[in-house]
Design a binder for this molecule. Structure first.
Ligand code: GDP
Ligand code: IMO
Ligand code: MG
Length: 444
């Protein structure tokens, strides 16, 4: 039975969590395959708000297995806090969650290095990371010599390996001006405790997922971050350290693309970005503030105000193609209500030349001057609309234009954070939404 991917097509926070929660009802396994505790996915249901970071948003429903694969960098303290937070609200986690023994472990030095290196990006703008040690942990993973995987914590060799790494890390931290060295014994004691707590969840998730796919189970892959933050294909170096676009699914999960037959690209009806790097359509003005206020655009993880701007169809078309997207979910459409006019970027002018190709170098993206098309806005709130046909004519025209520009049908429109504030659109060529909703939503 083929699987589904939910991929953010912008710079993250496209409301992937909300969509994954809705789709979980039609799947057996929900998989996080990249990123780490830098992600913040919000699900709102029945007046309750849930914020998921490392644990797949599918955890809120029963009858689903949630899997954190080896492509994820795992901060065990953060994972345990999240598990305890869910359990304290009545969501069962044990028996429903598996964590890969291949996942690389985030240690305190990664968080320290993240802080130092982010501030040290001299001669320009800082990346503005989430400070969760993501980049340094992925760097050590690829470098291999200073890396520890979750499975290593259960081996006799772990204490000696940890001590050796701490020795090397203390040297480099000292060279960066850190005065207090890391205490290997204290870290060892903490991580031994974390390892004991997580032990029942640790598994070879690649084997589990391949077995599940071959047995006909329906897999749902939950993207983290967004395709423009992809380390290889995003706005490098203002990216995260994993393949957060659709191309990362197979590498991060160990499940080859042949098991995926549906890729849903998630877009906000406008653009946001948190952290550094170019955002061509940014509105650092009253319009940007209007979007920020109405969209409550403050980071889930760091609470930083998100930078806001108009929808960028050049970027979205690029990422929809890159991620192999079949259909689009347009989220936060309600936020645009009350504007007289809405702009959409349809091309860039770079050095006086007009292009619809997304630049491969960040310096060219910095120079991009958006070419806008102006569409009429609509007045009044649409948060209570549940049927596409009942949307204001201008809102329907806006969705249709986005579909045209991005080159994929819009099959979902979201008009509020709640599960119920969602409509499914008939679209030529798109598969109907499976809406069996066979899984029971968790009750708080
Ligand atoms: P994710 O990281 O992609 O899962 O997205 P986040 O949870 O970080 O950010 C999306 C935010 O928008 C959350 O606060 C959601 O509750 C909220 N949200 C989701 N869909 C809608 C919508 O259609 N309208 C509005 N106003 N808010 C929404
Ligand atoms: P979700 O899954 C939005 C951004 C950071 C920073 C850059 C690198 O909630 O959509 P990192 O800590 O990963 O090294 O930071 O990436 N970033 C996100 N922005 N949503 C996210 O996740 C993000 N995860 C990382 O702000 O600009
Ligand atoms: Mg988020």
């Amino acid at each position: 039975m083929p699987g589904t991917c939910v991929i953010g097509l912008q710079w993250g926070d496209e409301a992937k969590g909300k969509l994954v929660d809705i789709l979980t009802g039609d799947h057996d396994v929900v998989v996080r395959y990249a990123g780490g505790a830098n992600a913040g996915h919000t699900v709102v249901s029945g007046g309750q708000t849930w914020k998921l970071s490392l644990i797949p948003s599918g955890i809120l429903r029963d009858g689903v297995t949630c899997v954190v694969t080896g492509g994820v960098v795992l901060d065990p303290a953060s994972a345990i806090r999240e598990i305890e937070g869910l359990e304290s609200r009545g969501v069962r986690v044990d028996g429903k969650l598996l964590v890969s023994d291949r996942a690389h472990v985030v240690f305190p030095w990664h968080i320290e290095e993240d802080r130092i290196l982010n501030a040290a990006l001299s001669g320009g703008e800082a990346i503005g990371t989430t400070g969760r040690g993501i980049g340094p942990c992925y760097r050590d993973k690829v470098g291999r010599s200073l890396a520890i995987r979750l499975g290593d914590l259960y081996r006799d060799t772990f204490p000696a390996k940890l001590r050796e790494i701490v020795r090397v890390k203390n040297q480099s931290l000292a060279s960066w001006g850190v005065e207090t060295p890391l205490d290997a014994a204290a870290i060892e004691a903490d991580y031994a405790r974390f390892a004991t707590r997580l032990r029942p969840l640790v598994a070879d998730t690649t084997a589990f997922l391949l077995d599940a796919a071959e047995a006909g189970q329906r897999l749902l892959f939950e993207g983290a971050q967004g395709a423009l933050l992809d380390v290889d294909h995003g706005t490098y170096p203002f990216v995260t350290s994993s393949n957060s676009s659709g191309v990362g699914v197979a590498a991060g999960s160990g499940v080859p693309g042949r098991w995926v037959d549906r890729v849903i690209g998630v877009l906000k009806a406008y653009s946001t970005r948190v952290g550094g790097g170019p955002l061509p359509t940014e509105q650092d003005n009253a319009t940007g503030q209007y979007l920020r206020d109405r969209g409550n655009e403050y980071g889930t993880v760091t609470r930083r105000p998100r930078r806001c701007g108009w929808f960028d169809a050049v970027a979205a078309r690029y990422t929809a193609r890159l991620s192999g997207v079949d259909e689009l979910a347009v989220m936060l459409l309600d936020v645009l209500g009350g504007l007289d006019e809405i702009k959409v970027c349809t091309a860039y002018e770079i050095d006086g030349r007009r292009t619809t190709q997304f630049p491969s170098h960040v310096d060219d993206l910095r120079k991009a001057v958006p070419v806008y098309e102006t569409l009429p806005g609509w007045q009044g709130e649409i948060a209570d609309v549940r049927d596409h046909a009942a949307l204001p004519r201008e809102a329907r025209a806006y969705l249709a234009r986005l579909a045209e520009l991005v080159g994929r049908p819009v099959t979902v429109a979201s008009v509020g954070p709640d599960r119920d504030q969602t409509m499914f659109l008939p679209a030529a060529g798109a598969r109907p939404w499976p809406r069996a909703q066979s899984k029971t939503p968790a009750k708080a």
